[in-house]
Design a protein around this ligand. Structure first.
Ligand code: GTP
Length: 235
């Protein structure tokens, strides 16, 4: 196996499936099965999931709400998704632990880095909830930070598109996908993978990111098996 410990970043919006809001149970259970497939291969799996299907910080600002207030609401939204994913994983027999960046000990352990690593070593899927616990950071930043903290080999960023293109593939039929690209090229070409905070964290710590289509069943396992799925970003 190429990767021993991975940080899987899932988007909150993807959890909606075809719905306009909230969580689609079908999609949730598909994700759980995909994760089980790699868990069964003894891959250590940590997960960060967004909250955009429930609440987005920027949306709050548009409505006149303080940005920080909205961001905290967004962090709570990630906890709802994390709990849903935890339940879905446990329902198919996976051992899991949910660790929150904001203390809410009635429903989750607090985030303690060494505990997280220990849980992974013991074969538990670790879900990191509540982002970084700070406003002005995205869940991509949380994913990057946690991945570095736990020494993950790679960030697997599940998206709706199957990789990074030179131009927007939804607007341009001529768009060409990169199999691999460097952090510097992403920057100089003005392409976007993650927000700059997350991107810089990964670059400075030489943590590769693989952007791939999580909504095609089997992709996650193929990726782990070493198949060229999506786009890998590296130094
Ligand atoms: P080990 O240290 O390897 O035994 O890990 P463990 O997680 O099995 O042990 P622990 O006794 O810490 O946890 C037992 C259960 O309680 C697990 O399901 C944890 O997720 C849960 N748990 C631990 N700490 C907290 C907490 O602060 N809040 C909540 N809600 N649950 C917790």
């Amino acid at each position: 196996m190429k990767y021993r410990r991975v940080l899987l970043k899932l988007s909150g919006e993807s959890l909606m499936g075809d719905k306009q809001f909230g969580i689609d149970n079908q999609r949730l259970s598909t994700y759980a099965k995909e994760i089980k497939n790699i868990y069964d291969q003894k891959i250590e799996v940590a997960i960060v999931i967004g909250g955009g299907n429930i609440f987005r910080g920027v949306q709050a600002e548009e409505g006149g709400m303080d940005r920080t207030h909205g961001d905290y609401m967004g962090m709570l939204a990630t906890m709802i998704n994390s709990m849903a994913l935890q339940a879905a994983l446990e329902s198919i027999g996976l051992d899991t632990r949910l660790l929150s960046a904001i203390e809410m000990k009635e429903i989750s352990e607090p985030f303690i880095r060494r505990k997280a690593v220990r849980h992974l070593e013991k074969g538990r899927v670790v879900i990191f909830g509540a982002g970084t616990g700070n406003p002005f950071f995205t869940t991509d930043s949380a994913a990057s930070l946690r991945a570095i903290e736990i020494n993950a080999d790679v960030i697997l960023k599940g998206t709706r598109v199957d990789g990074i293109y030179n131009v927007d593939p939804e607007k341009n039929a001529e768009a060409v996908k990169f199999d691999q690209i460097s952090f510097d090229d992403i920057y100089s070409k003005g392409l976007k993978v993650m927000d700059m905070t997350a991107f810089t964290l990964c670059k400075e710590n030489s943590l590769p990111i693989i952007v791939f289509d999580m909504d095609t069943p089997g992709n996650l396992s193929k990726l782990i098996a070493g198949e060229k799925i999506g786009t890998i970003v590296h130094n």
